[in-house]
Structures are given as C-alpha cells and as structure tokens.
Design a protein around this ligand. Structure first.
Ligand code: G3P
Length: 219
C-alpha cells in the first residue's frame, strides 16, 4: 500500500519524507488556502521534496478551462498528477489528459457508480472520500470495499483506489485489509499510526533494565 500525505504544508511534507514513508502528496484548494501561500510556489516546493505523484487540483468546472488549467499545472513538474472533480466535464478532461500522458486523480467520489465512470475515463486514481461519508451517517469504508471488488472484475480497469478524507488510523488499517492501492493521510493521522502504549511502556522497561547493567553498546 502506498502512503500519500494529504497536505500542502511543506514543513509537514519534509518531516514525513525524512521518515522514508512517503510515496506522494495530495493537495486540494482548501489545503492550499490553509497555507496562505502562492499555489505555484507551493507546488514547485512540494515536487522538489517528493519524487512520487503530487496531486494539484483544477478549479475550473468546464472542459476547456480544465484542460488549460490542467496543462499549466502539469508544466510545474514531471511528477504532477492533475486532480479533477467527478463531474461530466471533469471526466471528459480526465480522458483527454490521460490520453496526453498526464496522470489524473478524480476527486470527490462518493459512490461506486461514480468510481466505475472514472475507471472508464482512464483515471490514474479514484479518490473516494470516506470521512465525509462517515460524517453524514454512511459507512465510508463500505464504498472502498465495493470499488476494490468492482475494479478487480475488469482487466481493463487500471485505476488505483486512493482512499481520501481519512480521519483516523482504522481507516488506514481497513483500507489495507480491503486491498486499496493508496491512502492519502493527513500528517497528524499518519503520526498516530506509530502509537501504541505497550510500545512506550516496553521501551521504557528495556531502557531501565539496560541502565542497570552499566554497559554501553558504543562507548
Ligand atoms: O484531499 C481530499 C480529502 O482527503 C479531503 O479530506 O478531511 O477535507 O474530508 P477532508
């Protein structure tokens, strides 16, 4: 399973990249707005930190403008993936951009029917938003199970399932159990994956016992 960081904060991205656990980054207009920085400046910096795909989202909603924006964003770096919303023009742009050799991440997916359309449009990634489904009383992870199952039925569907809107470590664990290809994880959630109280307790005990021996591995 690949891990993408769901953030446009370059300090957080640097920190996660240093851990060696980062396969890519996803941004969206809200995450960029949160940084208060220039979009293109942020994108260039992110692409210089990570080799993997960096999703940059168009803000146009008609085909022609999406294509113009998509091309401009793709010119930022070789590892840009263009993010388009799951609307008719978005899927039309997805097909055209994909045919031109650009990676496309289709975002704002909330149903298996939408995910089928994205795969038919040749999307590189489909981004189902599990947390936002949970928020309205649905079981977000059921959608991931459905999409993984459906995509496995067709050799012609090469779209990767990119689990988005992740809110806690169990979303990641369930996504892995279901065989999703990628989780895009907010940095705070990614850090929580490390945590277990028995790890902390066990390490403290080992170190205390070692201290008693008076030895040093390197002196
Ligand atoms: O990048 C898209 C997605 O991960 C957004 O998550 O928490 O705003 O629902 P959230």
């Amino acid at each position: 399973m690949k891990f993408f960081a769901d953030t446009a904060d370059t300090e957080e991205i640097r920190e996660l990249a240093d851990l060696g656990l980062l396969d890519g980054v996803t941004t969206n207009p809200s995450l960029v707005a949160k940084t208060g920085r220039d979009f293109f400046e942020v994108l260039k910096e992110i692409c210089s930190i990570v080799d993997g795909p960096v999703s940059a989202e168009v803000t146009a909603t008609d085909f022609d403008s999406m294509m113009t924006e998509g091309q401009k964003l793709a010119d930022v770096a070789d590892n840009i993936a263009i993010k388009v919303p799951l609307i008719k023009d978005g899927l039309k742009a997805c097909k055209a951009l994909t045919q031109g050799g650009t990676k496309v991440n289709v975002t704002l997916c909330f149903s298996a029917a939408q995910a089928i359309l994205a795969a038919k449009a040749g999307a590189t990634y489909i981004s189902p938003f599990v947390g936002r489904l949970d928020d309205i009383g649905h079981e977000g992870m059921d959608l991931i199970g459905d999409i993984v199952e459906i995509y496995a039925n067709y050799d012609s569907f090469n779209t990767e399932v990119l689990v988005a809107s992740i809110r806690h470590p169990m979303h990641v664990v369930e996504a892995a159990r279901m065989g999703a290809d990628v989780c895009t994880v907010p940095p705070a959630v990614l850090k929580k994956l490390f945590d277990h109280p028995l790890t902390d307790k066990g390490l403290a005990a080992f170190l205390a016992d070692w201290e008693k021996t008076g030895q040093a591995i390197v002196s």
